[in-house]
Design a binder for this molecule. Structure first.
Ligand SMILES: Cc1cc2nc3c(=O)[nH]c(=O)nc-3n(C[C@H](O)[C@H](O)[C@H](O)COP(=O)(O)O)c2cc1C
Length: 217
């Protein structure tokens, strides 16, 4: 697949066909992740593939049970409390909020990326304290793009309690998790959310943050 086609095709998918992602595709996806830039040259990343449904149920936990029961009214209350006013953003959250648990149970595969960090993740003292965290997200984006070439799409879910996930999965203290990555084959007939089409012309500023030179040709 051509590079820009991959970039344009990648979308977040939260509804999946009932079809596992085979290990060969998973290996290809992870091998592309392992090509991403890394702050310390070592790529101290590990990947836990969760194919056991009971483990996935434990992963979403009691919070997941509550999410599955969420109706539209509750989701509206949540996004109203967040103060969201943008129409497309509200539509996305309205669709996403009730699916946060089910998408993990129904995905063709679930991967937990783990990254080594010697710094306390939630107490950064400088930008470079976050380098390991930044690097693993580059790895994840590579994985999401590689997945497209396999017909596989997915979503990154930020767990409310990463500590509980680490404990459940027996992840060593010196490793952290950035997200839960649910991947699979997109369900036919699923809702496709609209992306904003953003013209780079309106995003590039030259030499300093100055609106007057924005449209330089
Ligand atoms: C750092 C990050 C965290 C995200 N967290 C979640 C999440 O917890 N649950 C979810 O359903 N989607 C999550 N997403 C997916 C975004 O909602 C999605 O990328 C965004 O709506 C844009 O849609 P698109 O990927 O289809 O272009 C996350 C994406 C990123 C980059």
């Amino acid at each position: 697949m051509e590079f820009f086609e991959v970039i344009n095709k990648r979308r977040t998918v939260r509804e999946f066909e009932d079809k596992p992602v085979d290990l060969l595709s998973i290996k290809k996806i992870i091998s592309c992740g392992l090509k991403a830039p890394t702050n310390d040259h070592l790529r101290r990343w590990e990947f836990i593939v969760i194919d056991d449904i009971e483990m996935r149920k434990k992963l979403i936990g009691k919070e997941g049970d509550n999410i599955i029961k969420r109706d539209e009214k509750e989701s509206i209350t949540i996004i109203d409390n967040w103060g969201l006013t943008d129409e497309k953003q509200r539509e996305m959250f309205l669709y996403a909020i009730p699916r946060q648990a089910k998408m993990i149970l129904t995905a063709g595969t679930v991967i937990i990326p783990c990254f080594y960090t010697s710094k306390p993740l939630l107490q950064p003292i400088s930008l470079s304290s976050l380098n390991a965290f930044a690097s693993i997200w580059l790895c994840i984006e590579n994985m999401l793009l590689a997945a497209v070439t396999e017909g596989v799409y997915g979503v990154t879910r930020i767990p409310k309690s990463p500590g509980s996930v680490k404990k459940l999965l027996n992840i060593p203290d010196e490793y952290e998790i950035p997200c839960i990555l649910a991947l699979g084959y997109p369900k036919k007939g699923r809702k496709v959310l609209k992306q904003y089409k953003i013209d780079p012309e309106n995003k590039i500023r030259f030499n300093k943050w100055d609106n007057t030179i924005r449209n330089r040709k």
